[in-house]
Design a protein around this ligand. Structure first.
Ligand code: MN
Length: 255
């Protein structure tokens, strides 16, 4: 099987190395990932500066393509230019830090998987909760097991999964939950400091808000110690409101 592996933490991140080792059991893994960290870059693409590509030797001696661009650039380049044949699977991760709740929208990890889904390629975004000592290899093996099940069972519609693995230092996950994305945002704040020249600057701090008791969501299930699986779509149209908004009878009057 031809597998494209990418991420948003950068090609030298430990998570992508663990994922490459785990996926090597499933087929030929081509690594195409940003040369520098691109977390929270979302679905940005590069249009105004040239994109250079470097051959990069990973920690285990394998060679990958380091791209001076965004995660979505990596998928476009891999599919259209770098891989002689289109990949049959795209995995993005393993990202350091959960991509649940509103983070799904900010995430470059998820955006790379969405980009693959644009091409009709089965795609998985994989992340592990941040912790003192993150077990990337354990998380990557868990993700590989779910990817195998996904490939065996997927229909034509379910081509894009967002997978999150809890902190494995707390013990084995309690199981796998298929859950919707939480609508919780960030409990956020700006920290203002002064730089050495006396000018102030700002740094965004905070974390994803916790979910209320009894709510079923990716945020809640992950905090409960479950591996979460969320099928994603990228049609942003609010289909349930199309008729209502059509009823507003917009016209060119007053333009
Ligand atoms: Mn990241």
């Amino acid at each position: 099987m031809r597998i494209l592996l990418t991420n948003d933490d950068g090609i030298m991140a430990p998570g992508i190395l663990a994922m490459r080792r785990a996926l090597a059991e499933m087929g030929d893994v081509t690594v195409v990932a940003p040369t520098t960290p691109q977390s929270a870059i979302g679905h940005a693409i590069t249009l105004t500066v040239p994109i250079r590509i470097h051959r990069v030797t990973l920690g285990d001696g394998a060679v990958g393509y380091g791209v001076e661009g965004r995660p979505a650039d990596c998928v476009k380049l891999a599919v259209l230019e770098l891989m002689p044949e289109r990949p049959e699977l795209v995995v993005s991760g393993v990202n350091l830090g959960a991509n649940v709740g509103i983070n799904v929208l900010y995430s470059g990890t998820v955006a790379a998987a969405v980009e693959a889904a644009f091409y009709g390629i089965p795609a998985v975004a994989a992340s592990v909760a941040d912790a003192d000592a993150v077990d990337f290899d354990g998380a990557a093996r868990l993700v590989r097991g779910l990817v195998r099940q996904f490939l065996a069972k997927r229909g034509e519609q379910a081509t894009l999964l967002n997978i999150n693995v809890p902190d494995l230092s707390r013990g084995l996950p309690r199981g796998v939950r298929v859950v919707p994305q939480s609508l919780k945002g960030w409990r956020e704040a700006w920290e203002r400091r002064d730089d050495p020249r006396g000018r102030s600057y700002y740094w965004l701090i905070g974390d994803v808000e916790t979910e209320d008791a009894g709510i079923t969501s990716d945020v809640a299930a992950l905090a409960d110690g479950y591996v979460t699986v969320t099928p994603l779509k990228f049609d942003l149209t609010d289909h349930g409101r199309l008729d209502e908004v059509r009823g507003w009878d917009f016209s060119l009057d007053g333009v």
